[in-house]
Design a protein around this ligand. Sequence first.
Ligand SMILES: [Zn+2]
Length: 383
Amino acid sequence: MTAVQILAKLISFPVLGGESNLSIIHWIQAYIEDIGVDTILVPNKKGDKASLHCRIGPAVDGGLVLSGHTDVVPVAGQYWKSNPFVLTDKQDGKLYGRGSCDMKGFLACCLAMLPKFVKADLKKPIYFAFSYDEEIGCLGAPALIAHLQKHYTEIPKYAWIGEPSLMEPIVAHKGICLFDTTVNGSAGHSSGILKEVSAVHEAARLILWLEDKMKTLVTSGSIDNRFTPPHTSLHAGTIQGGVAANVIADKATFSWDARVIPTDNLEDILSDFRAHCAQRTEEVKIIFPKFCIETKEQHAPVPPLNTKKEMEIVQLMQKTNPNQHLGAVSYAAEAGQFSQAGYESIVCGPGSIEQAHRANEFIEKSELDKCMRLLQKLCIEFS
Ligand SMILES: [Zn+2]
């Protein structure tokens, strides 16, 4: 099958982040096994999702993991001119469909190259590692990476994550973590404002503290000009609380995210926030002894990526990729998780992040061609 034929098949599985991906992963598994390569599924606890990995080539150290996710983001509320789950060729050089660029295009290229990888006399192994639930916080990758490390006696050295980058090698991305903070205040008639503690007002103060903290990081020189914006961002995206304008709110919850540059430490920022919450709690307890603030992570933090220029993966990429510029992106990806686990990691994939998550997402056919050529060169490099 060609990359485009495989892409059409992959697009037809409307697997959103958070949903069971067994349909698409079983199709990929059957495709790989038909070519004669054994696969291993790494199911989640409930058994309704699974990652997949496999090795092509000998069991020796120094191999390369090609990694991508099988889930996509929703299409609800978006205006699509074609069925998002039918790959549509409008004869304009682009192929439309949800996930075409983020990131089933890369998966399709890897799978289309598989027969060549198998036929080549690889001296070092190439692995596929395909995850689930990337779009809701890179949730599937940690178990997949742990399984790779446990399963193979040899040690792969590199990880190439095919997120859309117009085939530019990306050596740095920000880390991310999402939080929910809940404030418990005391309810009452709004005329009694000084006798009660409004959870809404307290939540608003905490959000402003986060904004001030972000500004303090900037003024203290925590800057990495490779990123836009060039600093860690702290941002509250939702807030809920209260029942009416004239009732003091006893509860408010806000969700927020921290996108950290590689030189900032999420733990430090979080411990400053927790210390501030503890101090504020002490102050407010004088009025309302049961006052409390609770912050929970929505998922485990995704670490930032900061691959050094001197690393072999960068040299390998520069040897095989006509695009020599080393980029940095402000979104987070599974590359940070692979890097934290000890793999020299890079992001590089067909299609543009500009098209990702949008209505009428597409991938240029020329991008798939570029990716295929790079995989071909890599195959020669590893033979
Ligand atoms: Zn993606």
